[in-house]
Design a protein around this ligand. Structure first.
Ligand code: ZN
Ligand code: ZN
Length: 400
């Protein structure tokens, strides 16, 4: 790795260590995913870090469907992947500590966005809209956690490593220091789910909510609907194991065998009363828009969060207007949703502790990504990379 750059900021002291670079590790074990759909564990040097304002000791890096899709499609360059990151700050520039309201030793959740934060940016100039910054967009600038080349600077821009660097434009949220590690690793997907189900979907006290696809985000959406006080939550899916998890969280499981019209399934599950929200995490296209036309209640909403193989479909305009319905596309989460997520997780009422977690050591990241890409992943959708050696030996028994 390159060694000719030096970290330009004075870093706060970590623990009892002294000196301006205290808290910054010298070499870091990292799972580097390669463009030919393989992953190897490398040691990366931190001396070449560009723009690091701090360092994070990664506690967990949860795997989401986006990781699997990107990996499977072939990465553009060697990458330390992992963008649902939780860790402890081991070094931090004092100015950033002040700006972020965190300090060395704090447990934090990191968002994947690295927005440009320029005053002339059409998104960054609007408060709370940083996640839409074109520079950090998954389909545009791609400057985001878990996607930057491992050949750039330290290369430590993703969560699948013992440590990763923090940049001035990192988005950091403080977590309660004693939050259970498996719950903490739900922070970002649960925040997505809260944003899609409650903020975009309008789920609240007494609502009926249909969640299509009890996967990683679908399960989180069941938990979000439950936390919002939904009266009836219906989980529609194909996997019996995942429907069982949704059921444990309070959802009524409905098997979608593909042979029955989705609208008829929802109609039966709601006893003909319809639903206030349909959240599609799969991307069923026409099947879901036509189901929505027949089952959404007045003012009901269809929230589209999944990019499936049938992304374009006809919309029944008459049904949409007569029902005063809303169809919304969603992506990522608002900062407010992250705060809501942390609050619910910290309160111990999310129910997400009922979802089995599969822990993956760095050495097995490649194998797990391969399993997930070929549909042979664990039965529970919560797969979490635990990069610290001590953690993996502790949690090995829980591996599925
Ligand atoms: Zn993700
Ligand atoms: Zn921007």
């Amino acid at each position: 790795m390159k060694n000719h750059y030096s970290t330009s900021v004075a870093l706060a002291e970590a623990g009892t260590a002294a000196g301006p670079l205290a808290g910054r590790p010298d070499r870091v074990r990292a799972a580097v995913s390669l463009p030919d759909v393989a992953t190897e564990v490398w040691y990366l040097e931190t001396a070449g870090a560009i723009g690091a304002v701090g360092w994070l000791r990664v506690e967990s890096s949860a795997v989401c469907g986006t990781d699997v899709s990107l990996y499977q499609a072939g990465l553009d360059w060697p990458t330390v992947m992992g963008h649902h990151v939780v860790g402890r700050i081991t070094a931090l520039d004092p100015d950033r500590a002040l700006a972020w309201g965190v300090t060395v030793g704090d447990l934090v959740a990191l968002e994947e966005y690295l927005p440009c934060q320029r005053p002339d940016c059409v998104e960054c100039s609007i408060p709370g809209r940083y996640r839409m910054c074109p520079e950090s967009d998954l389909w545009k600038g791609r400057r985001r956690v878990g996607l930057i080349s491992s050949e750039e600077g330290s290369g430590l821009y993703g969560g699948n490593a013992e440590y990763m660097q923090l940049n001035a434009n990192s988005i950091v949220h403080k977590l309660p220091g004693d939050l259970d590690p498996d719950l903490a690793s739900w922070t970002q997907p649960f925040a997505n789910a809260v944003d899609w189900t409650v903020n975009a979907g309008g789920a609240g006290d007494g609502s009926t909510v249909v969640v299509i696809g009890p996967g990683y985000h679908g399960i989180a959406a069941v938990a979000a609907a439950r936390a919002a006080g939904a009266k009836r939550i219906i989980a529609v899916g194909r996997s019996y194991e995942r429907l069982e998890i949704a059921e444990a969280l309070g959802a009524v499981p409905v098997v979608n065998d593909g042979g029955t019209d989705l609208g008829a399934l929802i109609d039966t599950a709601t006893a003909g009363k319809g639903t206030d929200l349909i959240l599609d995490t799969v991307g069923l296209g026409r099947a879901v828009t036509s189901a929505a036309a027949g089952t959404l209640r007045k003012l009901g909403r269809l929230v589209l969060a999944g990019l499936g193989p049938v992304p374009v479909s006809e919309v029944d305009l008459k049904a949409l207007i007569r029902g005063a319905n809303t169809i919304t596309g969603v992506r990522g989460r608002s900062p407010e949703a992250v705060r809501q997520s942390i609050e619910i997780l910290a309160s111990g009422t999310s129910g997400l502790e009922l979802v089995p977690t599969t822990h993956v050591p760095l050495e097995e990241v490649g194998e797990m990504l391969h399993r997930l890409a070929t549909g042979r992943g664990p039965s529970s959708p919560h797969v979490v990379i635990r990069p610290q050696p001590a953690q993996t030996s502790q949690t090995r028994n829980h591996k599925q």
